[in-house]
Each structure stands twice: as C-alpha cells, then as structure tokens.
Design a binder for this molecule. Structure first.
Ligand SMILES: [Zn+2]
Length: 468
C-alpha cells in the first residue's frame, strides 16, 4: 500500500472510530444525554447558588464547566416567555405562543427530543420537582394549546411509553369517569409514591412513574428529612435507564422559578443547590463514561429580575446571611395564617415569630418600622399605600386586600424578606419572569457545540443531530 493511501486509511479510521472518544468531533454521537433545565434560573440565580456555597468553601460546579454560553428565551407572542413556550422551543425546535405545549403556533403537534430518542432505541426519563404535568415536563411528552388543560396533557403521559417519569403528583389524578392511576396501570407502568421504594426500581420489569404524594417535592429549605429529592430521583433513573443503546433524560429544577416568583432568595439559593446535587449524579455517571456522555444544563427563562446588589448603604454583599432563614416564604405565610387564626397576634408575637425563623437576626429600627407598617396593614386592611403600591410592595391582589387578615399576611412575609434581602445585598425587580438571556453549560461529548449565543430552538436542533 502506498504511504499516501495508508495515511488516508488511518485518517478515515480515526474519523470513523475515534468519533465517540473525540470530544471535538464534527458529528458527535453521545450515547447518554442529560438535559437539565433550571426553571427560572438566569445568570444571577446561578451566582446566588454559587455565592451561597462559597460561604462554606464549596462552589456550583456547573458554572465552571468547560463549555459556556447563553440562549435566547423569547416566545412568538411575547418577548418575555413562559415555561410552556420556551420549553417547547428547547424540546421541539420551534418558537411558539405562550401557554402552548409541544405545538407550533397553529396548534400542530411537534415531535420532542424525547420521542426522537425513543425512536432511536434509547430509553427516556422525564424528571421534575413540580407536578409531572407541569409545563416543562409536559412539553417533552404532550401536545396541547393550553398548559392548563391538565386532563388532556395527563392522558398523553402513559401513552408516550417513556421508561421513567418522576416528580410531583398530577394536579387532578382522579375525577368522575377519569382515573390516571388506572391509565398508568393499563399502560404497564408501576406507580411508586414513596422514596423508600426507589431502591427497587432497577429490578422492576415495567415502566416507572415515581410521584410524590404532594403535587411537588418539598422545597429544599423546608425539607428536613424527606428523601424524595431530585438527586434521589436522578440516581434511581440512571440505574433504571442505563442500557446498551443509551438514554435521554430531561431533569427539571422546577421550584427555582417558584421561589423566585415569591422573591424568596434563601429558598431559591437552596433550590439551585438541590438542582446541583442532581447534576452531581449525572457528573458521577459522566466520570464513569466520559467518552459516551453529554450533560447540558440550561434554563427556560429568568424569574424575579434578581440582582446581586442593593441600593441600601453600605453597598455590600453578604449572601451567607441567607443561611439564617430556616423556612420558605410559603411556609412562613402558613405559620402566620395559623397565628392570626388562633391568637390575638400582637406585633410582639409577630416579631418573636420572625426572630425564630430568621435566626434572631437583629433587624434595625428602619426594618422594624417597615415590618410594623406591613403588620398594621395585615391586621386592618388599611394603609397609606395606593392599590398599585400594595401590589408592588406586598404582591397582594385587590381581592386579598379586601379579605380577612390571614389573606393579607403575605404583606408581612414579603416585607421581612425584602429587608432581609437588603442586608444580604440582594434585590428583585418583579414577582414575574424577565426577558434576560439564560446561561448554557455543557460537559462531555459534543459539549463544545453549546458555546456562544444560541437561540433556544438550537438546543433541540443540536441534540437532534446527535441522535440521528
Ligand atoms: Zn414561572
């Protein structure tokens, strides 16, 4: 054989057989694909989680993955998107209207990455911390013109044939002439509602649906000993889905968004850390299969307009202060509701409760005057704020304002959180979503394709090409 032909042969051989092991290959074919979506996790949320961990000498690993970029989030109907439209863009490769699940803007069904992976013989897992029929998981298995059409969405879950579902319970599993548990059984799914049973999952010879008895997993900040975490689900799914044809898994940190809708920085930081614990399970798997695994981590949009920094003098950052907060905004609101129902509930009672929850943090006189104003409003419904300001400061609707004191107690919680955030060096611009681009991090085979600024539909197109 001539030298030139030999060199050509070596080149062709390297190209054909070296592809899986060469991470910079033009046409990478990862056997195992993890797509992590942090709902509401913009750049500031990742930095919040990182700063929170750094107080203990740790860091948010995926922020430092070798491949980093950004993606657009806008939908066809609005520059600020919702999870349904942005999820559809990532799962199915087309921009669509707000509220649309796995459909184009004309309502035609689109094929998600999960179905494409299934067609290619891969096993499929869909995991989340929120209801399994919530927008982000739903865009991977269902088609509907409304994210709120739960029954229409739910019935498409068992017929998807995907191998592993995990997350919070269906919003409405049983109604008249309607039983999701029976539908799961009829389609050869084993339903598991206890984390104790997760260890038996790999030995079961059926498809798996692991659902928390509640419609969501516990928030990390409120989770004292519940083993039902996203990391535990991820670990179980990896064991169940590992096979010679590989797998595709979508894993959502859904309550980063919920915590940010409440402007609850301590809860959001802990949700990001919990999400990172699930990512660590994928990284462990990657370390055992570095030439066959791709991990992509991104978000659907940013929530809250979170900023690390505040206008309050002196302008410092003290994010480790958030560790003092022991329960979520939602839980504290429930505690106040019970207080108001069962006690006379004086302002001293209110401050004693706050001190217990916020680690006896010494709020200053300015803070206490703001909390007193919110307390007075909660108890009487009267304030010198306008309706617009009540909505802006307390995130309270007009109907709640005019209801009972217990319906107004989020005013106290919102105020305590906002003054606490000021001391931690944190600020928010909204209780809703924002239009910010969101970060993309990637590790493993083909990871370099996710560098730079991409459209959110490109997540679909890039992974689809890898699956073909
Ligand atoms: Zn949201």
């Amino acid at each position: 054989m001539k030298i030139r032909n030999l060199l050509l042969l070596i080149f062709v051989a390297l190209f054909c057989f070296g592809c899986n092991s060469n991470k910079k290959c033009e046409n990478p074919k990862p056997k195992y694909i993890f797509l992590f979506i942090g709902d509401g996790m913009g750049v500031p949320q990742t930095q919040l989680g990182d700063a929170f961990l750094r107080a203990d000498g740790d860091s948010l690993d995926f922020m430092y993955f070798p491949n980093r970029g950004f993606q657009t989030t806008w939908s066809l109907s609005s520059y600020i998107t919702c999870s349904a439209a942005s999820g559809t863009a990532m799962a199915c490769g087309e921009k669509t209207l707000v509220d649309y699940i796995g459909c184009d803007s004309a309502g035609n069904p689109l094929k998600s990455l999960a179905y494409i992976a299934q067609e290619k013989g891969k096993k499929v897992g869909i995991l989340t911390t929120v209801p399994i029929d919530h927008a982000t998981p739903a865009v991977f298995y269902a088609h509907s013109k409304s994210r709120h059409s739960n029954r229409e969405i739910d019935q498409q879950l068992p017929t998807s044939g995907f191998d592993f579902f995990g997350g919070g319970m269906f919003e409405e599993p049983i109604a008249e002439n309607y039983n999701m548990f029976k539908l799961l059984q009829d389609n050869n799914y084993t339903l598991i509602t206890s984390s104790d049973s997760l260890q038996y999952v790999p030995s079961l010879n059926t498809k798996i649906c692991v659902l928390h008895p509640n419609t969501r997993l516990d928030l990390e900040i409120d989770n004292s000993d519940d083993k039902f975490t996203l990391a535990a689900l991820t670990e179980s799914a990896i064991k169940k889905l590992d096979n010679e044809n590989g797998f595709f898994m979508m894993i959502e940190g859904g309550m980063i968004d919920w915590a940010c809708h409440s402007n609850d920085a301590a809860a959001a930081a802990r949700e990001v850390v919990g999400f990172n614990e699930a990512i660590k399970k994928a990284v462990e798997f990657y370390n055992a299969h570095p030439d066959e695994t791709l991990i992509v981590i991104t978000a659907d949009h940013e929530t809250g307009g979170l900023a690390l920094g505040t206008a309050r003098f002196p302008y410092f950052s003290n994010i480790s202060l958030l560790k003092k907060q022991t329960v979520s905004y939602n839980t504290l609101e429930g505690i106040f509701m019970a207080d108001i129902d069962s006690n006379k509930f004086t302002f001293d009672d209110c401050m004693a409760r706050i001190n217990a929850v916020y680690g006896n943090y010494e709020f200053d006189q300015y803070d206490i005057s703001k909390i007193k104003k919110a307390y007075d409003f909660t108890m009487t419904g009267k304030t010198d704020y306008s309706d617009v300001d009540v909505k802006k400061f307390y995130n309270l609707s007009a109907s709640a304002r005019n209801a009972q004191p217990r319906d107004r107690c989020s005013a106290i919680v919102t105020t305590v959180n906002s003054v606490f955030d000021e001391h931690a060096g944190i600020n928010w611009t909204t209780f809703a979503h924002t239009a910010s681009q969101v970060p993309v991090s990637a590790l493993g085979v083909g990871g370099e394709q996710f560098r730079g600024v991409i459209d959110n539909t490109e997540i679909h197109h890039k992974i689809k090409k890898m699956l073909e």
